[in-house]
Ligand binder design. Structure first.
Ligand code: HEC
Length: 164
């Protein structure tokens, strides 16, 4: 009955949108984390030049480290940044809300594997087809370069949005 555990796995992954088997893979080998939509919110942000609403999410290891302000983050921490274009809410135009999905990006902490880029592996998946970004694995230098000014914060821009 070898298929039985596989079937359970498929059932467990089914509600998450993307199954592990058909997850798109970035040129550096990082696959889309199919369950990112259920991760906890670290902070929202808004980027004026791109006119995007973003939400930074973390897996449990990343959220724990964010809450406790632990830097550098431990291996296994993964951050996701989801971006949407914006529109005015049709029933309440002073409210600006997400429109269409633009992209999702990930930063994956593995000190040994990604030692050349501050211990972080980078990946970006664009549009509704989750098209992997980058012609080859060298695309990460673009990510790493822009994140280098915040090296003192373990290359992270975002902090935990506080509530009382
Ligand atoms: C031009 C600068 C720039 C480039 C290039 C860039 N980022 Fe970022 N990134 C930012 C800024 C600024 C933030 C803070 C949140 C925001 O953008 O709203 C951020 C946030 C993030 C976060 C959330 C964690 C954090 O640091 O706040 C992830 C994950 C992320 N970026 C992944 C990537 C990946 C993957 C790439 C490359 C494919 C990339 N970034 C390229 C500027 C950049």
């Amino acid at each position: 009955m070898k298929w039985f555990p596989m079937m359970l796995l498929a059932l467990a992954l089914a509600p998450l949108g993307v199954s592990a088997a058909d997850a798109p893979v970035a040129p550096n080998g990082i696959a889309l984390f199919g369950d990112y939509r259920s991760w906890e919110v670290i902070a929202p942000s808004y980027r004026e030049d791109k006119n995007h609403i973003r939400v930074v999410l973390g897996n449990p290891a990343a959220v724990k480290a964010m809450r406790a302000k632990v830097r550098p983050m431990p291996d296994g921490a993964v951050l996701a940044k989801v971006a949407w274009t914006v529109r005015k809410h049709p029933d309440f135009p002073v409210a600006t809300v997400p429109d269409s999905f633009a992209q999702v990006e990930f930063m994956v902490k593995d000190t040994a594997k990604y030692k050349d880029t501050g211990g972080w592996g980078f990946a970006r998946f664009v549009g509704n087809s989750y098209k992997p970004y980058g012609k080859d694995a060298g695309f990460v230098m673009e990510c790493f370069g822009c994140h280098t000014p915040v090296k003192g914060n373990d290359y992270l821009f975002t902090g935990y949005a506080q509530v009382p």
